[in-house]
Design a binder for this molecule. Structure first.
Ligand code: HEM
Length: 516
């Protein structure tokens, strides 16, 4: 028989226990969790939809948002994406708490098929090792001297090409020429090989160049392609194309590496002077002989140095066409520094471009920096937050959030550059004596800042200055069609949409430099 008293007693006990448990949970949740202040997150700047609708002018759209909030975020289902133009926050993420803002697995997965374990794709010890070796190599006099010779030879080739176009009254796509010229020179400095992309006389080199450009573009496209992993798994569409192009790139680079290793190991091959000046040979001398590791190192440098420098010089020439007075002022500075006359040949001009004259052209250096302020080659640069953090502005960031500093928007902020922030005015970089005055790398962020600051910054300035001194010392440039707007293409690097079409003229009518 069931005892009703026992049941009701049991029921009362269970109910009392349940009530006690619920009250305990309730009290526990009502208690302040910790003595810390409640976390706050940056204001939401815009939605993904507005980003997509403004994609064609994305960097200007982001600049407008930055004018409202120095730091803002986009919120997605899984994480926030935070964009900042606040120098204090930029310094914090790039330097003060550098280990907490990394490339992360997200970027590694996108980049590694092409970049392997190269410096651009990795964090931690792998990054530290390459950074240490490469910073040493990049600071040597051997590299400085060798690269200057390479840049001058390439610039002279450029003058020959533009002079031919001028003689036949043809406009030229200067961005395309700068792309080829920077690839030729970075390839020579890094691998010691003449690709000759400018005249395309080396068939294997031309095949490599095309495959490399395609592989680079498809890798960048992965950032916007939600389906790339599925496409890679099925080996279809752009991913099949990527695999094919990486194979061409790898075959070419491995062959070069193998050749260099054989050369170095063969005691009967006496390397001629100058043969060990390229970065690859120098790494081999340091006993780095793993071909995959060497492939990753050299390809990362080639990618780092090509489009960035070429697009910057292209925007620079565009701005000089828009400001002919500044073009003339730079030409005058070059002619005064090198002391060339209208009877000098192009070789004489090139010979006078040396460490001493490169140091004299402060206005040119300022104008190139001013170009990078307004048209930074890397307009937005993102990291991933490694663990929960609070930024110097008091706002919080969660583990896994994306944190980006925005050089394009930063270059246009009035509170950083004054009311004329949107104007191209090289003078803002000069002291009263006309000497170039650098700005903090957390305000002028075109080269990033902190421990991962661009390793090729001086290399890039030297190349841009040498190209400009030789081209502007001998030629004048004008836009082919003044009425056609020049715009950027929204991508990882800031290319000019459709190229930069210019007309070229000799600097003076009896100019032997140009006609030599
Ligand atoms: C105007 C030209 C250039 C600009 C504006 C530029 C800008 C930058 C920026 C923004 C970064 C950081 C990218 C990131 O977050 O990973 C970077 C990194 C780097 N750059 Fe440059 N760059 C230029 C030219 C060059 C050249 C010519 C080289 C070498 C040949 C080079 C080598 C590198 C390397 C190796 C890194 C990675 C550094 C590291 O992660 O420790 N760059 N550059």
């Amino acid at each position: 028989m069931i005892d009703l008293n026992e049941i009701s007693c049991c029921f009362i006990t269970i109910t009392a226990a349940a009530l006690a448990l619920i009250s305990a949970i309730f009290i526990l949740f009502r208690l302040p969790k910790s003595p810390q202040k409640a976390k706050k997150y940056h204001p939401i700047g815009s939605s993904y939809l507005s980003q997509i609708l403004n994609f064609y002018r994305l960097h200007d759209f982001m600049t407008d948002l930055s004018r409202k909030h120095k730091t803002y975020r986009l919120s997605t289902l899984f994480r926030s994406e935070i964009f900042t133009t606040d120098p204090a926050v930029v310094e914090y993420m790039l330097k003060t708490n550098f280990p907490n803002y990394v490339k992360g697995l997200y970027q590694y997965n996108i980049l590694t098929d092409l970049l392997g374990d190269g410096i651009f794709a990795v964090d931690g010890d792998k990054w530290k090792h390459q950074r240490k070796l490469s910073s040493y190599e990049f600071s040597t006099k051997i590299l400085r001297d060798f690269s200057s010779v390479v840049f001058k030879t390439t610039a002279v080739k450029l003058v020959r090409i533009v002079s031919e176009a001028s003689a036949s009254n043809r406009p030229l796509d200067m961005q395309d020429l700068f792309m080829k010229a920077t690839l030729d020179s970075v390839f020579k400095v890094i691998l010691g090989i003449d690709l000759d992309g400018l005249s395309r006389t080396y068939e294997e080199g031309a095949r490599f160049t095309d495959a490399f450009d395609k592989a680079n573009a498809i890798t960048s496209f992965r950032y916007a392609d939600f389906f790339w992993k599925i496409k890679r798994f099925l080996n279809i569409g752009s991913e099949a194309e990527l695999r094919k192009n990486i194979k061409v790139v790898d075959e070419f680079v491995y062959k070069l590496i193998k050749g260099k290793i054989e050369q170095l190991n063969n005691p009967h091959v006496d390397l001629q002077p100058g043969k060990k000046e390229d970065i690859l040979s120098r790494f081999l001398e340091l006993k780095e002989t793993d071909p995959k590791y060497l492939r990753d190192i050299v390809l990362n440098f080639v990618i780092a140095g090509k489009d960035t420098t070429a697009t910057t010089v292209s925007w620079f020439f565009y701005l000089l066409c828009k400001h002919p007075d500044i073009q003339e002022k730079i030409a005058k500075e070059i002619i005064e520094a090198t002391q060339v006359s209208s009877n000098s040949s192009i070789e004489e001009l090139a010979a006078r471009v040396n460490e001493e004259t490169l140091d004299k052209v402060h206005y040119l250096h300022a104008a190139l920096s001013e170009t990078l302020r307004l048209y930074p080659a890397v307009p937005v640069d993102a990291k991933v937050c490694f663990s929960n953090d609070t930024l110097p502005d008091g706002y919080s960031v969660k583990k896994g959030d994306m944190m980006a500093y925005v050089p394009y928007a930063m270059g246009r902020m009035k509170d950083l550059w004054g009311n004329d922030a949107e104007e191209f005015r090289p003078e803002r970089w000069l002291s009263e004596k006309g000497h170039f005055q650098p700005k903090s790398s957390f305000i002028f962020t075109a080269f990033q800042g902190g421990p991962r600051i661009c390793l090729g910054k001086d290399f890039a300035y030297r190349q841009m200055k040498i190209f400009s001194m030789i081209l502007l010392g001998s030629c004048k440039f004008k836009l082919n069609d003044e009425s056609k707007p020049v715009k950027y293409r929204t991508a990882l690097t800031l290319h000019i949409e459709g190229g930069l079409h210019l007309r070229v003229f000799p600097r003076s009518s009896h100019d032997t430099i140009f006609n030599a």
